[in-house]
Write a protein that binds this ligand. Sequence first.
Ligand code: MN
Length: 238
Amino acid sequence: MSKPVIGLTASHDLKTDDLRMGHFYIDAIRKNGAIPLVLPLTLDEEEAGQLADTLDGFLFSGGPDVHPFLFGEETLTGCGDFSPLRDSSELLLLSQVYEKKKPVLGICRGAQLLNIALGGDIYQDIFSQVPERFPIAHRQPFGATHPAHRVTLESGSRLAQITQSLSLEVNSLHHQAIRNAAPCLNVCGRASDGIIEAVEQPDHPFLVGVQWHPEQLAGKYEHADRLFSSFISACRKV
Ligand code: MN
C-alpha cells in the first residue's frame, strides 16, 4: 500500500525570503507512516486546486501572525509581523482543500487560519488585549518540548476520542488565539484560563485545529502521537 502524501505549509523567513520547515513536523508525519511534502509559498488558485485534488491531507503549520484585515480589524498594538505570501497562499489552499473535504490538521497559526478562513476571528495579542482574563503564560518561558499548561477537552468530542483523554498537558507558544470560533467549528478544548485551544468540525472527514504544538511533544506524550496517527489514518481513507 502506498503511503499517504501530506502537504505541509512552510514558514517564510521574512529577512531572507527563504522557505523554512521545522524538522519536528517532518519527523512526526514520517513516523506515522506518511510522506511530508513541503509546499511553496507562491500558490495561485489553480495550483492550490491541483494540490487539493492530488494530495491526501494537509497540515497547516505554525508561524507568524495573520494580517488583521483578513478578519476585518485594524492592526492593534501587540500584533506581530506577517507574511503576505503565506497568508495568501494558505488561504487559497485552505479554501480548495475545504471544498474537496480533504483531511486538515491546523497547528497553532494553522488553527487560527482555519478559524479565520471559515468565518471566525482571533485575538491579535492576548497579553495586551485581555491580560486580566487570561493569566496563563501562553508564550511559555522554557523549551517547547515541555508542557506549560493543561487543556480540558469536551467529552464526546473527536479530539477526546482521538487522544483518549479529557485533560492534556500541552506546550504553548502563541500570543494570538481564537476569539470567536467559526460557525461550522466546535470549540472542543480550552486552557484553564478559558482560552480556546482546540476546534473541530464534527461532520467533516478530519478537520481539527490545535493551538499547541503536538509535533514537539510527539514521542514523549501519547496524546500527541495519537493526534498524528489519527490524522494520517484519515488521510489514508480519502
Ligand atoms: Mn496555550
